[in-house]
Write a protein that binds this ligand. Sequence first.
Ligand code: T1G
Length: 706
Amino acid sequence: MNETAPQVPLHFRRQGDIAVLIIDNPPVNALSQALRKAISETMALTDADPSIKAVILIGSGSTFIAGADIREFNLKLPAPAGRAAYDSVDASKKLTVAAIHGNALGGGLETALCCHYRVALRSARVGLPEVLLGLLPGAGGTQRLPRIVGAAEGLELITSGAHIDAPKAATLGIIDEIVPGEDFDALLQGALAFTRQALAQGKPLRQVRATLSKLAGTDPALFQEFRNKNARKWTGLIAPQKIVDCIEMAATRSWDEGYAFELARFLECKESPQRAALSHVFFAEREAAKIPGLGREIKPLPVASVAIIGAGTMGGGIAMAFANKGIPVKQLEMSAEALQRGRGIMQKNYDTSVSRGSLSKDKADAALARITGTLDYQDLAQADLVIEAVFEDMAVKQEVFRKLDAVMKPGAILATNTSYLDIDQIAAVTQRPESVLGLHFFSPANVMKLLEVVRGARSAPQTLATGMSLAKRLGKIAVLAGNCDGFIGNRILANYAREAEFLLEEGATPWQVDEALKGFGLPMGIFLMRDMAGLDIGWRVRQRKEATRPKHLRHTTLPDRICEMGRFGQKTGAGYYQYQGREASPDPAIEQLIIEYSAKAGITRKPVSNEEIVRRILTAMVYEGAKILEEGIASRASDIDVTYVYGYGFPRYRGGPMFWAEQQGLAQVRDWVLEYHRVHGDHWKPVRLLDEAAAAGSWKAVERSR
Ligand code: T1G
């Protein structure tokens, strides 16, 4: 059998009587249709060649197979053919060894589980993360993995989608041997040695599907207990339940029944809107990292040390985010008491993480030790990046930036954590506006994944590239936003919150609106969220903006009425809800206030359905999203989705507001906007970009033409 031409994503090499199949489909050796076809054909050839005694499957470059090619899920491909490659490996008459480095995920691990043996480098990671894409392992993963690790471990691993490291996988029996070394060559040598020894020892052709060892004696009650334990966490999700059903089949039925059952459940997931939404989010978050027009030649500046102005909630969270990643932080405050208070809060947060087991005491202590305090701006001068996280007041922020401009070394990045103030006004007080940008973290900053990187009019490309690359280092997801009031996230929030207020005037109650939004999948409704944040913040903003508020547009003073009663939310025991401690309950006094307010405003209240509430709120998000796209504040509609999924609790399995709109049909959404414009006025003035997208049927079509 001779060497194959490079065009197919699979290379064949001979090492004596061992065939080495090198999978070569960059960037992550995804199992595309072409690769699956090549594997099936090559396995048939190795089976037929008597001179071949064993087969090694190995990935080229830095990884094994990272799964099926997710892009293909939108294609109509024949189902069974999808498994042929796996079945060909499983049915091999020659001893097969999977040699794993980098990632063996999803279909990648399933391919390895079809081999008789698996070896790996210590740095390798394996897992079945399909559930994160609204799918389940469709090539035998729900049947084979539990046979190796047992039902309980199988349930945890496959419903969480966790990636586990090779040493743990070896402990669980997934990996047979960890081979020494760090790269492809070391792995190949290790795999060849393992295979030759296996041949010499006459090791059996150990098919995972033929071994029921770890499933035997599984307690039948395990599955229902597992469903009950996770019911709340899985609210709204389809795939996790089906995974449990598949593993239960593996433990209670024959291989053929379980394998067929899995395929049927896989196809149900594949056709579900959740799968489409979750695949959209997968690619959207990777797309968001790329700034259109900013070439790879623009290298981020090194950030080895960081300074933070402010030790309040945001300053403390941001300091922890950097310290947790090994980056030393200098924190400045106005007084030693304020510094001490901030440190106390960080200590408490670390203690909570340690007590929850999400962080070791050593790691927590090491991180906190990386954060040092100062009262002197001079101590910050040598930091590569300084982030201002002080009170949201323009004059206060400008004063801070004047001081920073005076002390920071040339080339340092000056960032503001403002959540809505004008970046250009802040940059204008410095001699280096090109080094100024917004880095808008979300509270708690050491937890929330979203980072809005805000471009000022004079922010240099390298400054922006540095901001974007920071996110990856911090384990966050960056979205580039233009400079406007509230950037992407808060601007959309302000727009849909206004419509939520109007819905109260028209007939809904705060708790009905919140219940409807929770029913849609948001973790919390807008009014409960506002009560938690404190109603006085919004009140101050409204008072500041009253002078410039466009008077021709519909306006409500209902939220002001509530604040004038001293009801600022949870912290005052009453807001839109009344509170027993943190426990919120509907308040008849608020309902009465709203009824009287509507009457005085001459608004006839009518029953509003939860469906109408969700449509109005979501359409308000999309409407503002379309304006944001039109103004270039966001580069892509999918960036808005990433912002809402990672910063505002929008349910991932719904893909984000702009994706939701495409699922509804953009022409339909445009018609809803026209209807709201007819009824509610110019807050809904038609947006040209939405009209164009409705005509084109997708956001991408109009993004491309911009
Ligand atoms: N299919 C297609 N493209 C993929 C891909 C995949 N499975 N995985 C990654 N990419 C692209 C990605 O979009 C990016 O492209 C580039 O590769 C680098 O990725 C039958 C049904 C492997 C841990 O869920 O978790 O198998 O932006 O930026 O940070 O049961 O990618 O450069 O154009 O993420 O180093 C199951 C998904 C599939 C794993 C690497 N597998 N991938 O992370 O790089 S379903 C997964 C990842 C399945 C079977 C079922 C990560 C990674 P671009 P990256 P990274």
